[in-house]
Design a protein around this ligand. Structure first.
Ligand SMILES: O=C(O)Cc1cc(O)ccc1O
Ligand SMILES: [Fe+2]
Length: 431
């Protein structure tokens, strides 16, 4: 089943959209009365006083303001965790996981969140949470928002329809979406089941990385980011609103659908991006450039050039480097690297890193090509080669990434991961 929705385009634009003619006030945000007897509500994802270039906010024109809801009660967090992870010490061990199975029991998006790792502090608005969603049920009569951070969705299997306060957007493997902090949404399955990765960004909202001398075009192009148009429903019933707040889940009753926004304007709306539109720029001479050339989105940390988190992809591309060891180099890094595979094969790991699988190489922990890849790549004929059937990604962060107890002790962990480097031979024979 494929759905075509209408989208607005342009990363970070000041958009406006109305589902009924004249619902959006013109020339002011908060008139005494609004057409169709709507309520105005401001929603801020930066401080009021953030500089203009940084400032993010929407105005919603809705059937009821968000305050019309019940009291919150704590609910079970399931396998959802938040930073700081204190339940187990964080080892420097190189870690790898098989995909998490989609459950047999009916599991919707909220129940199907499994946290693999986190860093920084949800409360302090630094760092990230890294989750997998494994789901086989559409959220019915249930809505969700995350006060702890924006959520970057990286689908690996199954197409999703995200209903949000700003409208609807679909995402499938090969695409991503970002839902800003606090936006209410629900997840509808367009296939029987779905799996994907989520980077919950507690820090500065994602922006597009600079292009430097590359110029005015290339890498991610602003026009390829797609935002929903206003799409409201006027629905009443016994529903539930679930909030992730300060690391825990809470619920409250809500007697109406929160997707009652008839018009909105602003620059803090959900968006999607098709990763195949990424303009890949790489060497046409020699050596393996650093993977920062593949950054799609970055959350700055406040220190120039150092990310709270970078979202990096390893897309299909041509490899033409001459006199070069072409796979990723052997590596130790101050930044911590969490990777996942969406489809195909990753060039550093031809075995064991499978679609839906994940790995973690923390601050200063060594990693790089498995032994077989080294053998092959250091003897390969260096003709131009198309890397097809591959799409991996990395969440790279300045903060040490702490795996959860579930990640360390659960059945998906590959205890023998380090064996992939065991057969690296000594070739040196002295002078
Ligand atoms: O560790 C990894 O596989 C990610 C990575 C890829 C690459 O091409 C260069 C450096 C790097 O850390
Ligand atoms: Fe690396």
């Amino acid at each position: 089943m494929s759905h075509e929705y209408q989208y607005l385009t342009g990363f970070g634009n000041q958009f406006e959209s109305e589902a009924l003619p004249g619902a959006l006030p013109i020339g002011q945000f908060s008139p005494q009365k609004i057409k169709y007897d709507l309520y105005a509500e401001q929603y801020n994802t930066t401080a009021f006083t953030a500089p203009r270039a940084e400032n993010r906010r929407n105005w919603f024109y809705r059937i009821r303001p968000s305050v019309v809801q019940g009291d919150y009660q704590a609910i079970d967090n399931g396998l959802l965790r938040s930073a700081p992870i204190t339940e187990v010490p964080t080892p420097p061990t190189m870690l790898r996981w098989n995909p998490i199975d989609i459950p047999k029991e009916q599991t919707d998006f909220v129940d199907g969140l499994v946290t693999m790792a986190a860093n920084g502090s949800a409360n302090g608005q630094t760092g990230i949470g890294i989750h997998v969603y494994v789901i086989n049920k559409t959220m019915t009569d249930r809505y969700f928002y995350n006060a702890d951070g924006e959520m970057l969705f990286v689908p690996q299997q199954g197409e999703l329809l995200l209903h949000t306060e700003c409208g609807k957007l679909t995402i499938k493997p090969g695409e991503i979406a970002v839902i800003p902090r606090g936006i209410k949404f629900s997840v509808e399955l367009l296939n029987d089941e779905a799996r994907g990765f989520i980077c919950e960004n507690y820090g500065h909202p994602m922006v597009l990385p600079e292009r430097g001398p590359v110029g005015a075009n290339g890498y991610t192009n602003e026009r390829d980011f797609q935002y929903p148009v206003a799409a409201f429903e006027d629905k009443e019933g016994d529903f539930e609103l679930v909030a992730k707040f300060n690391g825990n889940l809470f619920r409250c009753d809500i007697g109406h659908s929160p997707f009652d926004v008839v018009a909105w304007t602003g620059n803090s709306a959900p968006y999607k991006y098709d990763l195949s539109r990424f303009n890949v720029i790489n060497t046409v001479s020699y050596d393996h450039p650093d993977p920062s050339i593949f950054t799609v989105l970055t959350s700055p940390s406040g220190t120039e050039g150092v990310a709270n988190v970078d979202f990096v992809i390893f897309p299909p591309r041509w490899m033409v480097a001459e006199n070069t060891f072409r796979p990723p180099y052997y590596h130790r890094n101050i930044m911590s690297e969490f990777m996942g595979l969406i489809e195909g094969v990753y060039d550093a790991k031809e075995h064991g890193f499978v679609p839906g699988g994940m790995s973690l190489h923390n601050c200063m922990s060594p990693h790089g090509p498995e032994a077989d890849v080294f053998e092959k790549a250091s003897n390969a004929e260096l003709a131009p080669q198309r890397y097809d059937n591959t799409l991996a990604f990395m969440f790279e962060s300045k903060y040490v990434i702490s795996p959860t107890k579930y990640a360390l002790e659960g059945k998906e962990r590959q205890p023998n991961y380090a064996q992939c480097w065991k057969n690296i031979k000594k070739y040196y024979k002295g002078e």
